[in-house]
Design a protein around this ligand. Structure first.
Ligand SMILES: Cc1ncc(COP(=O)(O)OP(=O)(O)O)c(N)n1
Ligand SMILES: Cc1nc(C(=O)O)sc1CCOP(=O)(O)O
Ligand SMILES: [Mg+2]
Length: 507
């Protein structure tokens, strides 16, 4: 937060959302308020319509008179220093025109336009009559516009969009309407196991890959993505950083919320406050750990970073950009002070992206930097002592090669087991290889989720995931992602292999 004039005053990053109210609170204004709150950003709200809706669909829409939308805009913009305006449901031409006038009158740093037209349940939220004014007046003012495939098609006069290649064409065509950046969301692509979005800044394209989370609780993902982009911009992120962090936030919220049961309809809301809830719940048995975070677990190596001339923070940023779901700092050569400083910087990178960060071996460093937990081996601090030092909310992983070690890890209060070496590795000296059979034996016996480690990469990850016991949640890798020229590309490649291995073993 910026310091402002006057002793002790700080300027809060501020997003103003101009959108419709959703009585079920999954989408609209309510989603925007929650997303910004979860991301540490103040959010004011101008309501353009009140909708009656729940998990079954939209039962009614009551637009707010344009004069009163103007009054709300004036109240907020004349008094509060808004960094970013984010728009959602804009039900009429007059409301869009009034909004454009007010944006011109008052200074805002950025405008994020979510061109809401149809709800996730298929109900119409803005008449096609708004399309012209949206295209001609609002989009040229936007820093980013975030259509899904249906909205992108509507903006382009009904053009059919069915493939990732079509998304590239659509992003380019929408960019020509005037917004500085475009992200076309591929959530509606029928045959994709990945959640692919295409970002275009007028010069370069970026394909953003995420893991498609299987859940009914997807109501409000569009609003949340756009308001999270706005929140990240308000905090000072660049546009590509904001878009990636927002996508990560949505993916993590969906993963955390996939089993939440709210309402009887086909589309439920999700929990934006997943981090807060876990954190507050630190007196109960529930921990801030989601076993699905083990899916692509990246373990750093200082020698590899040195070899490729990159800092640990660059390496961690890249591996998350490539899709890593959890990170461990395994810095065997670092001095304590250097390690704590690097770990603190990595916490700052991982936390807003919703990626847990664990420290290898060093409980003291984990405590000092506020990491999410530790990974310990059979000759490191025993799990029960690490647990008593770290408390119930932190994540503890234990390396195990046998069912007896996995049972002891469970008894000691660990959260997961790291089992290996599955294959021979050059990364860890004198490591005993347990093979796929050893991994299977530990997975069958373990009460805890298991992540496989040792010699794993894109070429053999499918054979690991094919073990397909319910406890095996993913792979931990070092050289496959960090001893590479492009960490991002190799991480993406591995993630694609893991995702298709999981999809294939599910059918
Ligand atoms: C996920 C994961 N699994 C196993 C290990 C190995 O830990 P340990 O046996 O303590 O060996 P070192 O990493 O300390 O050399 C791990 N780090 N991560
Ligand atoms: C840190 C570590 N622990 C192992 C175990 O078997 O417990 S194998 C290993 C090194 C894994 O590196 P790579 O992915 O480059 O093979
Ligand atoms: Mg160790």
């Amino acid at each position: 937060m910026e310091q402002v004039e006057g002793a002790g005053k700080r300027k809060a990053p501020h997003v103003l959302t101009v959108a419709g109210s959703d009585s079920g609170a999954g989408a609209g204004i309510q989603a925007d308020l929650k997303a910004c709150g979860a991301l540490g950003v103040y959010c004011s709200s101008v309501i353009t319509a009140v909708t009656a809706q729940n998990t079954l669909g939209v039962q009614g829409v009551h637009p707010v008179p344009v004069d009163f939308v103007e009054d709300q805009l004036r109240s907020v913009l004349s008094d509060m220093e808004v960094d970013v305006v984010k728009t959602g449901m804009l039900p009429s031409v007059d409301i869009i025109k009034a909004l454009c006038d007010k944006i011109k009158e008052f200074h805002v740093k950025a405008l994020v336009v979510d061109p809401v037209m149809v709800s996730t349940s298929g109900d119409v939220l803005a008449a096609p009559a708004i399309l012209d004014v949206l295209r001609e007046e609002l989009l040229p003012m936007a820093d980013i516009v975030t259509p899904n495939l249906i909205e992108a098609s509507a903006l382009l006069g009904g053009q059919s969009l069915e493939t990732v290649a079509d998304m590239y064409t659509a992003a380019r065509s929408i960019h020509k309407l005037g917004p500085r950046n475009v992200i076309v969301k591929g959530g509606h692509l029928s045959d994709s196991s990945d959640a692919v979005d295409v970002f275009f800044d007028g010069e370069q394209f970026l394909e953003l890959h995420g893991q498609r989370v299987k859940t009914r609780n997807t109501h409000g993902t569009g609003c949340t993505l756009a308001s999270s982009i706005a929140a990240e911009l308000a905090k000072g992120s660049s546009m590509p950083q904001a878009v990636k962090a927002a996508k990560n936030f949505v993916e993590n919220a969906l993963r955390y919320s996939k089993d939440i049961a709210i309402g009887a309809g086909p589309q439920g809301p999700f929990d934006h406050f997943f981090k807060l809830n876990d954190h507050m719940d630190n007196t109960s048995e529930k921990r801030r750990f989601d076993p699905n975070d083990l899916f692509l677990y990246a373990v750093t190596d200082s020698r590899m970073n040195k070899k490729w001339g990159r800092s640990i923070t660059e390496a961690v940023k890249s591996v998350i950009e490539g899709g890593a779901t959890m990170v461990q700092l395994r810095e065997k050569e670092a001095e304590t002070r250097e390690f704590v400083e690097a770990a603190r910087a990595c916490v700052e990178i991982c936390r807003p992206r919703g990626v847990p960060l664990l420290i290898n071996d060093r409980v003291d460093v984990a405590l000092a930097c506020g990491a999410d937990g530790v990974h310990v081996g059979q000759s490191d601090m025993p799990a029960h002592l690490a647990r008593s030092l770290l408390g119930p909310a932190k994540i503890i992983g234990v390396s195990c090669k046998t069912p007896a070690q996995a049972a002891a890890a469970f008894a000691g209060g660990a959260d997961y087991v790291g089992c290996g070496g599955v294959f021979p590795t050059n990364t860890k000296a004198n490591n005993v290889t347990v093979g796929l059979d050893g991994l299977r034996t530990v997975c069958m016996a373990s009460e805890l989720p298991v992540v496989a480690i040792g010699g794993i990469g894109a070429g053999n990850a499918s054979s690991v995931m094919e073990i397909a016991t319910p406890t095996l949640k993913g792979v931990a890798v070092v050289s496959a992602v960090f001893d590479q020229e492009s960490i991002v590309a190799e991480t993406r490649k591995l993630k694609a292999v893991l995702t298709s291995a999981v999809v294939n073993s599910a059918v």
